[in-house]
Design a protein. Structure first.
Lengths: 93, 152
């Protein structure tokens, strides 16, 4: 699986979200890689799911061909785990 | 590793708006000759466009804009405000702002990752920084090498 973390510039917030995703993935015991990227480059990048802020998730909506999940507290690994779990539940492998 | 230099930390700041708070926090790096003022404008612009997603956790904002010619060197600054600053974020008001300026997409990563990892592993760290009595105390919480080596 490949997840991407998205913010406006792909350097600050999204990098921190990527770290939380990596920690969440380890705790969930699943095989997945994560990458952080800016919003303008992210569209069309092949991946299984996109994680970003609630507001950017609403901005993107369903205009991308991948599931998008909003995260409120980027450093709350428990919340990120719930978001990743939601993806897993909605997209059984 | 020193994550944020003590010279770039300020406490007991006061701001009357989130824009004012970003300006004051950004000015630490202007005075340090790491950025010019246009970088602060870009940080404000980013929030106006994409919302206050820089409020990563309750109480804490990671202010940053895109690497550009307005960044003169990769650097971070830390500002603690005496009052709560309202960014209109679902994560609530902010008292701690860390400003990130990066020359490119990688030069800041090690230091930012070290700080973020500490905050993820210790849920009380942001509150402890906010309620620190001195810059030495904050530096002790953030720049502690021993903890860095243990961070996962």
């Amino acid at each position: 699986m490949k997840f991407i973390a998205v913010c406006s510039f792909g350097v600050g917030s999204s990098m921190i979200l990527r770290m939380s995703i990596e920690k969440a993935v380890r705790r969930l015991g699943i095989e997945a890689e994560a990458e952080n990227i800016d919003i303008s480059s992210a569209k069309g990048i092949p991946c299984d799911a996109v994680f970003t802020s609630i507001q950017i998730a609403e901005e993107i909506g369903d205009s991308w061909n991948v599931p998008v999940y909003g995260v409120q507290r980027y450093m709350d690994v428990e919340e990120v785990m719930r978001a990743v779990q939601k993806y897993l539940d909605e997209h059984p492998q | 590793m020193e994550i944020i230099r003590k010279e770039n930390m300020r406490i007991h700041l006061h701001a009357n708006s989130w824009q004012d708070a970003l300006y004051q926090a950004g000015m630490i790096l202007v005075e340090d000759e790491s950025i010019n003022k246009e970088y602060i404008d870009a940080m404000v612009q980013s929030i106006e466009t994409h919302g206050p997603y820089i409020v990563l956790m309750p109480g804490f904002a990671l202010a940053h804009a895109e690497p550009s010619e307005h960044v003169l060197k990769t650097e971070m600054a830390l500002a603690v405000f005496d009052e709560e600053i309202d960014f209109h974020s679902i994560n609530g008001p902010v008292r701690l702002i860390v400003v990130l300026a990066s020359l490119n997409k990688t030069s800041h990563l090690e230091r930012l990752a070290a700080m973020a990892s500490k905050m993820m592993d210790d849920e009380t760290l942001i509150e402890r920084i906010i309620h620190s009595k001195s810059i030495d105390e904050i530096s002790g919480l953030i720049n502690d090498e021993l903890d860095l080596n243990q961070a996962s």
